[in-house]
Design a protein around this ligand. Sequence first.
Ligand code: WQD
Length: 329
Amino acid sequence: MTWLITGGAGFIGAHVVRAMAADGRAVVVLDDLSTGDASRLPAGVPLVTGSTLDRPLLDRVLTEHQVTGVLHIAGKKQVGESVAQPLRYYHENVEGLRVVLTASAEAGVRSFLLSSSAAVYGMPDVEIVTEDTPCLPMSPYGETKLAGEWLVRATGRAHGLGTVSLRYFNVAGAASPELGDPGVFNLVPMVFQRLAAGLPPLVFGADYPTPDGTCVRDYIHIADVATAHVAAVRRLEADREGTELVLNIGRGEGVSVREMLDAIGRVTGLDATGEVVARRAGDPARVVASADLIAKELGWTAEYDLDAMITSAWAGWQHHHGSGGGASA
Ligand code: WQD
């Protein structure tokens, strides 16, 4: 029983590959290496370099490796870029998924998992976001993830595949320094970049209707995200056709930008006092997951806290960007 992991050489995918291998599972990776890096893969994991849009290649991989389950993690994931390039996002995230699903259904794959995102909720007007909270995505990126969930669900029903879509909240940290996220697109690495340059981290708005005025998010360690995939795989293997799940992956704990800066200052020993600047367009004040359904359905809960995320993310930053840190406290 082999699992195909698309996007397995990327930041999230490589963590999932590692967790799957540690759980004793046979995997094969398909990655176009546009943002992925082959050196992230453990020895012995086969890598097929190519696109999810390449149907003949998919047919070959699914057959040659006798794939019975697919973890579809490949995709574009930058909100701002999706606003500027919606056609590219729909092409890669929706059409790419459609091709993978078509090939999977025709090859007799029994189980399918999709990487989705809290971006499907948009600006949820609730304290705690459950899977029943209405989905009103605010960006083409979020739209492609929601459309992807629909496509997965409909295909599962029509072709008898068990399906799981996992809605990631704010992913941070690294399971080991070399697996750290080299990208600088989210709060934690953006703070590190400012600190490394000897500049104060930026706080995008301190006038939100939250306790300290800054935006609140649900940060989750990437190692926990990876084990959630393994838990979903176990469920899919145990109950193939009966499974149709959409689940949040979060900790159910809100952390404000100011609280994050305090924690980063404490963990790194640097002065992480922020400089408040204007709000960033499109940011919801608060997005915090209910993690109850995934606990109930998969028996999974997050293990790591905020300090573990920051400590490991900082080690990953130093690995990829050098020790930098001009603003020692
Ligand atoms: C977090 C908070 C910023 C940088 C995005 C996607 C979401 C998911 C995760 C993929 C916000 C504030 C940030 C900085 C700041 N991606 N901030 N100063 O926007 O919650 O979520 O990434 O699935 O779908 O929307 O994450 O890390 O960009 O921002 O004050 O220098 O930090 O305004 O409130 P976001 P983020």
